[in-house]
Design a binder for this molecule. Sequence first.
Ligand SMILES: Cc1cc2nc3c(=O)[nH]c(=O)nc-3n(C[C@H](O)[C@H](O)[C@H](O)COP(=O)(O)OP(=O)(O)OC[C@H]3O[C@@H](n4cnc5c(N)ncnc54)[C@H](O)[C@@H]3O)c2cc1C
Ligand SMILES: Cc1cc2nc3c(=O)[nH]c(=O)nc-3n(C[C@H](O)[C@H](O)[C@H](O)COP(=O)(O)O)c2cc1C
Length: 609
Amino acid sequence: MKAAHIAEHTSPLNAEQASQLTMLIQSLTSTQVTWISGYLSGINAHAAVGEVVSPTAAPAAAASAVQPITILYGSQTGNAEDIAEQLAARAEAAGLSANAVDMLDYKPRDLKKEQNIVICVSTHGEGDPPDNAEELYEFVFGKKAPKLEGVNFSVLAFGDTSYEHFCQTGKDFDAQLEKLGATRVVDRLDLDVDFDDPVENWMDQTVSVFKDKLGGSTPAAHANVTAMPSATSAPAEQAYSRKNPYQAEVLTNVVLNGRGSDKEVHHLELDIEDSGLVWEPGDSLGIIPANDPQVVSELIAALGASVDEQVTGIDGEVSLEHALTHQYEITTLTRPFVEKYAERAGNDELSALLGDDQREPFAAYLDGRFIVDLVEDYPITGVTGGDFVRLLRKLPPRLYSIASSYAANPDEVHLTVAAVRYNRHGRDRHGVASVQLADRSGDANLPIYIDANKNFKLPADDAPIVMIGPGTGVAPFRAFLEEREEREATGKNWLFFGAQHFRTDFYYQTDWLRWRDDGLLTRMDVAFSRDQAEKVYVQDKIRAAGKELFDWIEQGATVYVCGDANAMAADVHDALIELIGEYGKLDGEGAAGYLKTLQKEKRYQRDVY
Ligand SMILES: Cc1cc2nc3c(=O)[nH]c(=O)nc-3n(C[C@H](O)[C@H](O)[C@H](O)COP(=O)(O)OP(=O)(O)OC[C@H]3O[C@@H](n4cnc5c(N)ncnc54)[C@H](O)[C@@H]3O)c2cc1C
Ligand SMILES: Cc1cc2nc3c(=O)[nH]c(=O)nc-3n(C[C@H](O)[C@H](O)[C@H](O)COP(=O)(O)O)c2cc1C
């Protein structure tokens, strides 16, 4: 729309205002335009009754004859969120009214006002909800959960079959909504890491079922997006994606540990000049890995197959060797794979191991074994390479926190990668992607894409931040500080870092020291666990920081935690609650509530793996 056109048709604006408005409109995404339309109609409605409207308030619903569908997403790394947004767009394109809403921004008590709910939720931890789903999850299982008779619902569950509690959070929501009286209109779909195709069919089916139930009118007439995507956190439009990755060359690969360390952490720099890839601090890099050639040949030998055998792979005919190297997961053993394999093998002992009464022995068998071990332990006679690949799942991408700032250096992306190497059941074993990056990344270009994470984002430039990142968890904080240095951000910065030894494991020491000397890094606390008789971890340093850390939080600091999900994240969480309790003079429940409020305000953000 031209400025003159606006000025002509909206007489209260002068030419300069019209020009500014034009520029603003042109800079907006379609979702933002939709939000503003809703917001303005909300202002009109409120103005008519003399109310003051807060600019952060949700827009009033556009008048609509069609019952809206509320699509609630709980997502840690963005998969469930992406699909929730795609589903909302498709529903609207079909003439329905649909809102994709972050569970964290949703008032659980509003559930009783809903008539149509879709839950898109992943599972994290050990069968736990993602951080932004916790409150709604607790609410639906709590005493205040409303009766949901007459409500239509459906659940889309994201997970990974290599975890024991596959899609547990989605399963829990599904069962509980039914228990509360809601009517399941589309069956729950449990998605493994390779979800692209199954999710397409499910979305089509869901839109069509709701369309049949609710009718709907002209497409896009009822857009009603509850949360305004922030300009800083809206993912940039990328030319490359998981399905269409960019081929990046590795420019630098150095080990960050000194001689004698038990750890092997690599710093990698990838050339992305001219790729058009854009990211923000807190985003991750997705890597589509390739399997280790040695593991591929061991598997082909165990099968008694030929490397050159032509098989039907993911995109058509390829050699067995190519399929096993680039297309399928051939290391991690999952229950669905063993079930399919056992059926094909017709082996009674293996079938018995899959019985419901054998959960523990089965988990013990999986632990530390690869697919090749199963093939050797329970061989199938006469299996072809083609038969075998049909049992496998697609090789999933791996994510790595980006350790550099686009604003500071748009031509390179830096990573901090711990090589996974161990020996179990008499075999040396390697993590697929980390060891490819460590040992073989100079061989060929790496297929990569940006995996945006809007739940791990810097606050305003003048706000203080506390970064807790032991081990490779420090990676995004290097990006945070590069970014803040580039932007000349005035907010204070405090880093907690931990590793085994000061001498060998102090990753990016020179960067932190330079930033501390320059005054950018206001404070740094380090915990080297094995440099003294008593082990010391970041959570001990958090407790020791006491009042000063609490004061930072009270002054508006955002607290970030990145790294190990198994022990560290929970220990740090407990230490924060203790500290808040002590200095905020709150009991355990009060302190946990305080931290939960910080989380809701996006002032407690975690990216743990
Ligand atoms: C959002 C996000 C950000 C991440 N950022 C980083 C990062 O910055 N740096 C980083 O290094 N990693 C990071 N990771 C982890 C990374 O994505 C990979 O999971 C990790 O590198 C392992 O992948 P891999 O392919 O090498 O190993 P895989 O082939 O996936 O094998 C790993 C599996 O091996 C098994 N295993 C490992 N050790 C043992 C053992 N001793 N005994 C028995 N079994 C074992 C476990 O089952 C483990 O799950 C991140 C993950 C996420 C989700
Ligand atoms: C630290 C971590 C723990 C996970 N735990 C589980 C689990 O217990 N069960 C499961 O099915 N999937 C688990 N997953 C897999 C995720 O659910 C899966 O990757 C999903 O696609 C993520 O969706 P999201 O990006 O919306 O969070 C886990 C993933 C991570 C990184």
